[in-house]
Design a protein around this ligand. Structure first.
Ligand SMILES: *[C@@H]1O[C@H](CO)[C@@H](O)[C@H](O)[C@H]1NC(C)=O
Ligand SMILES: *[C@@H]1O[C@H](CO)[C@@H](O)[C@H](O)[C@H]1NC(C)=O
Ligand SMILES: *[C@@H]1O[C@H](CO)[C@@H](O)[C@H](O)[C@H]1NC(C)=O
Ligand SMILES: *[C@@H]1O[C@H](CO)[C@@H](O)[C@H](O)[C@H]1NC(C)=O
Length: 390
């Protein structure tokens, strides 16, 4: 009996290995992030979905829609918007930047998450999620929520970086996006994505308000950025400057309050709900030197991008219908498109530009407020000018 059992186990293991090694499944393996690549047209497209606030689906009503829109409006409108965005924009990666579910109104966190992320899962597109301040308010802790996410299909999310033993929060990780297959950048990360847990609420009695990005997380970010810089600026094909980086988390930094309508693109219709203390993470990013833009959610009716000392600070604007919003002001999504340069010999080079715009949830998914966040020629030249400024 024992031998039969062993043979069966071996067969299963062998079959699993074959499946993992041969199937497209392996691009979703947690250790093989390097499989994320620019496409054959030299593009990498990211869809950001902020603040879905998902509840139970059909029975969870919409908030802040016009009186005539209340009837028949539910979480399913959020689902429909996500499906339409996936079809229209065809992202290579979907980033859910927290408050994915609205814990207070979700009686089972796991099933709310399954429903909220379902369009990404069934589209077979790699996706990642990070935590907001409401995700843990249902039946799972922050760790529990993040563990559930990491176990879902097609996600590249991680509970925390495997090489780090102590770090605050859950859902701190990075993704490397490599150059085009066959080009000299095929094995190099040409675009670095960082995801961090900005916490929920302060646990320090003398400090009121929201959580913040802790020193342990900043230290991990710093080391990761340095490691990526070294690899990129070393042989083969040593580059002169680090590859551009983009950072995603939920709660805006205090520096988001540095702008007004004279120097941002988009709108500010509510105050910046940052933590009441400054964690220094903005300065950490400026020092690291690779980050070109930061993307948060949290404040649903702010959707601007403004540039401070070479880093664009961007909101996505609220996506979800069960989240507060502004009646008559469309739910929206922010997208990012990074494009590669052609080399003199006609091959593909490094990243040439990073652009962003927003899509409104209207009949045509109207595009608004396109901006260039970074272009290669502007390296070291900290341009203030924003293209597409109204
Ligand atoms: C919500 O979805 C329903 C069903 O498709 C649609 O009739 C309604 O217009 C949508 N509401 C909003 C505010 O988009
Ligand atoms: C990238 O790595 C693969 C596998 O190790 C190798 O076959 C290929 O030649 C490398 N390409 C470049 C451009 O270095
Ligand atoms: C934006 O403009 C305001 C004045 O209208 C100024 O106080 C603020 O410092 C500017 N912000 C940046 C980041 O340039
Ligand atoms: C921001 O907060 C200030 C002071 O609390 C308040 O006067 C102002 O109306 C708020 N602005 C917005 C846009 O809500």
């Amino acid at each position: 009996m024992a031998n039969v059992h062993e043979a069966v186990v071996r067969l299963v293991v062998a079959l699993l290995l074959v499946t993992l090694l041969s199937g497209p499944i392996c691009i979703f393996g947690k250790q093989s992030q390097s499989a994320m690549k620019f496409d054959r047209n030299g593009e990498f497209r990211i869809l950001q979905v902020a603040d879905m606030h998902y509840g139970h689906g059909k029975t969870t009503p919409c908030e802040d829609v016009l009186p005539g829109q209340v009837r028949g409006c539910s979480d399913l409108n959020t689902t429909a918007f996500l499906k339409r965005m996936i079809l229209a924009f065809n992202p290579h990666l979907i980033v859910f930047t927290g408050d994915n579910i609205f814990g207070f109104d979700a009686t089972d966190a796991a099933s709310s998450m399954n429903a909220a992320f379902a369009p990404a899962v069934s589209a077979n597109i790699p996706w990642v999620a990070i935590l907001g301040n409401h995700d843990q308010e249902s039946t799972l802790s922050r760790e529990g929520v993040m563990k559930h996410i990491v176990g879902m299909k097609n996600t590249l999310s991680q509970l925390n970086p495997p090489e780090v033993h102590v770090i605050d929060g859950f859902g701190n990780y990075n993704l490397e996006i490599h150059g085009i297959e066959g080009s000299s950048f095929a094995n190099k990360s040409v675009l670095n994505l960082y995801f961090l847990d900005s916490g929920d609420y302060s646990t320090v009695p003398s400090i009121p308000g929201y959580g913040w990005i802790k020193p342990s997380q900043q230290f991990w970010f710093q080391r990761t950025s340095m490691k990526l810089r070294r690899a990129y600026m070393n042989k083969p094909d040593a580059q002169k400057a680090p590859a551009p980086g983009l950072v995603y988390f939920h709660i805006p930094l205090p520096e988001y309050a540095s702008f007004d309508s004279s120097n941002f693109t988009g709108v500010k219709q509510e105050n910046i709900s940052s933590p009441s203390v400054n964690s220094g993470f903005f300065t950490t990013m400026v020092e690291a030197g690779d980050v070109k833009a930061v993307f948060t959610g949290h404040d649903h009716v702010n959707d601007f991008c403004g540039e401070l000392t070479g880093i664009h600070l961007c909101y996505a604007g609220g996506f979800g219908y069960h989240a507060y919003g502004k009646a008559g002001w469309a739910r929206r999504a922010r997208v990012v498109v990074a494009s590669m340069e052609k080399t003199e010999k006609g091959g593909w080079g490094a990243v040439k530009s990073i652009k962003t715009w927003k899509h409104l949830d209207d009949e045509k998914l109207t595009t608004i407020e396109g901006q260039v966040l970074w272009s290669k020629s502007s390296v070291g030249d900290r341009r203030k000018k924003q293209i597409g400024h109204a």
